[in-house]
Design a binder for this molecule. Structure first.
Ligand SMILES: Nc1ncnc2c1ncn2[C@@H]1O[C@H](COP(=O)(O)OP(=O)(O)OP(=O)(O)O)[C@@H](O)[C@H]1O
Ligand SMILES: [Mg+2]
Length: 224
């Protein structure tokens, strides 16, 4: 069963004062099967992050459709989109995007608080997620007091807080050494079965792509 798909999506950034127009995506068709792990690869600047943002409803395509099950999220209002993201999508950014003034625990709780649950209701779940990622003794640390690998693990815990159906991870291991990369990838792959997740992963690493069920290569604005 297909859970997420795109039909002929394009994304252009129009020319602005001093910058030329950029056509990043030129008609991307993609099908993500429920429960699969998909790797997205491609050169720097080929549009991988752009595509991930469109898939996760963080950004809208210029034209084309993005289906989550049978709903075209490209036609959603901003309010529908933020609800969709909060409920269905766990997003791990290329650069962790943790909130600097909040602790690790607060960062992980944030998606649930946005959903109007109370801190009291969600503290133990957030604590449990952080300990699952080996961070039980870092709950009160702010992002700046954490190593790069720890920051990415907090970002993973935050992405899982609302039990999403899809995990979108944009080069989650981009800044990590080999040992930390392998550990994080093992944990991500394990989530497929333990949480029944569909996973889309951007990576530059051929070994990681090989461990996925499918690989899509972005080249010249389309899937090669
Ligand atoms: N807001 C913007 N305005 C204009 N151009 C943009 C904007 N955002 C991204 N781009 C351009 O779109 C192209 C694709 O960017 P994107 O971040 O999707 O690439 P990427 O494949 O994720 O690269 P990397 O591997 O380096 O992360 C780049 O050439 C970039 O310069
Ligand atoms: Mg990118």
């Amino acid at each position: 069963m297909t859970i997420l798909s795109t039909r002929n999506i394009t994304k252009n950034y129009p020319a602005k004062a001093g910058t030329a127009a950029v056509e990043v995506l030129k008609g991307v068709d993609l099908e993500i099967r429920s429960g699969s792990i998909t790797a997205i690869v491609g050169a720097s600047g080929s549009g991988k992050s752009t595509l991930m943002h469109v898939l996760g409803g963080l950004d809208k395509p210029s034209t084309g459709e993005v289906y989550f099950n049978d709903q075209n999220i490209a036609g959603f209002t901003d309010e529908q989109l933020s609800k969709f993201r909060n409920r269905e999508i766990g997003f791990v950014f290329q650069f962790h995007h943790l909130l600097p003034e909040f602790s690790a625990l607060e960062n992980v709780m944030m998606p649930a608080l946005i959903r109007n649950l109370t801190a009291k209701e969600v503290t133990s779940k957030a604590t449990q997620l952080l300990s699952q990622f080996g961070l039980s003794d870092r709950l009160d640390h702010r992002p700046s007091m954490l190593s790069g690998g720890e920051q990415q693990r907090v970002a993973m815990a935050r992405a899982l807080m609302n039990d999403p159906s899809v995990l979108l991870a944009d080069e989650p291991t981009g800044n990590l050494d080999e040992k930390n990369t392998n550990d994080l990838i093992d944990q991500i792959i394990e989530l497929r079965s333990s949480r029944n997740l569909t996973i889309v992963l951007v990576t530059h690493d051929k070994d990681i792509a090989q461990r996925c069920d499918h690989t899509f290569t972005l080249r010249n604005g389309v899937i090669a």
